[in-house]
Design a protein around this ligand. Structure first.
Ligand code: PHE
Length: 339
């Protein structure tokens, strides 16, 4: 029986060496020390021993049981430590690695400049008005003194939904909505998208942005228009910016003008950017035509007003020296990141 016990001890210890996880360790404990285990089985045979042998074998059995228990618990600690070590290694954080660059988005130059222009006008006491992009012919043309057969329609061909409904070609349509809904004094700007059926090139796109301005009150004159635009341009381009008005024709303003700004690139001397003009064209403007006021139920004998329409893309291109309109719409981050 002594040898049997010693064999069990040796076998248990040999098996212990090969154990690699807690489950196996538990199985081993049951196999040797459990109620139906090998050691227990031997102890059950103790009854057959002589009175002298019994305490000797009993002692030995207890010692072996204690030894195996100790070995199991030692192996258990080893396994635990190894597991912890492995986990530590796997989850190790190398604080010396370079960080990951967090790229932060920013506004598209069109949005940034649009916001800037809105701020300037809000500062001058203007409200912001919105109008629909899908518009009735009446608001886009007819009420703006551009009847069906007017040649001005040729330069503003657009996309028609029906004969009577179209994508607006100009934010001037919002002038009509505003004047129909509100009586003077009126002081609004209306930024938004406009559409024209133009072929795509460096200066034309079928979709672009305008910012309309409209002021109607008693005693409004061309001087108010010039003062407002002068202020806008100085805020946008700096204090030395100058504007120049050239006579022009729009059916919905009388008199009408095209407004140029001093070329920021050459300061007026003439360069390739301004085609040697010294000035670059930025917007159309004029005094609201009496017929347009009357179309909206405002008495032209009592009130007068000025209006302007600014091309946002042009402002952005002049501001940043961009020479191709398409760049603004390609969403190439290498380009956009420069602003
Ligand atoms: N709507 C005109 C255009 O798109 C610009 C403009 C607006 C001119 C207001 C005069 C007054 O060309």
């Amino acid at each position: 029986m002594k040898e049997q016990l010693e064999k069990i001890e040796l076998a248990a210890k040999a098996e212990l060496e090969k154990i690699s996880d807690a489950k196996e360790l538990d199985d081993l404990r049951i196999k040797y020390l459990g109620k139906k285990g090998e050691l227990t089985a031997i102890l059950k045979q103790m009854a057959s021993l002589s009175a002298e042998e019994r305490p000797v074998i009993g002692q030995l059995a207890n010692k072996i049981r204690a030894d195996i228990e100790e070995a199991i618990s030692a192996r258990g600690s080893e396994l635990k430590a190894a597991l912890a070590e492995k986990k530590l290694k796997e989850e190790r954080l190398d604080v010396t690695l370079p960080g990951k660059l967090q790229t932060i988005g920013k506004l598209h130059p069109l949005n940034a400049v649009m916001n800037e222009i809105e701020e300037i006008f809000l500062g001058m006491g203007f409200d912001i008005a919105e109008g629909p992009e899908v518009e009735y012919d009446y608001y886009n043309f007819e009420a703006l003194n551009i009847p069906a057969d007017h040649p001005a329609r040729d330069t503003q061909d657009t996309f028609y939904i029906t004969d009577n409904i179209l994508l607006r070609t100009q934010t001037s349509s919002v002038q009509i909505h505003v004047m129909e809904n509100k009586k003077p004094p009126i002081r609004v700007i209306s930024p938004g998208r406009v559409f024209r059926s133009d072929a795509v090139d460096a200066t034309h796109l079928p979709l672009f942005h305008q910012i309309e301005g409209l002021v109607v009150d008693k005693g409004i004159t061309m001087a108010n228009l010039v003062g407002t635009l002068d202020m806008l341009m100085k805020r946008l381009y700096g204090e030395d910016c100058k504007i120049r008005l050239r006579p022009h024709h729009f059916p919905f303003t009388e008199p009408s003008a095209e407004v140029d700004v001093l070329c920021f690139n050459c300061g007026g001397k003439g360069c390739s950017m301004c085609k040697n003009e010294g000035y670059v064209e930025l917007l159309g403007a004029g005094m609201v035509h009496p017929k347009v006021l009357a179309n909206c139920g405002i008495d032209p004998n009592e009130y007068s007003g000025f209006a302007f329409g600014l091309g946002l893309e042009r402002v952005v291109m002049r501001k940043y020296g961009i020479n191709d309109l398409r760049l603004l719409y390609e969403n190439d981050l290498r380009f956009l990141d420069q602003f």
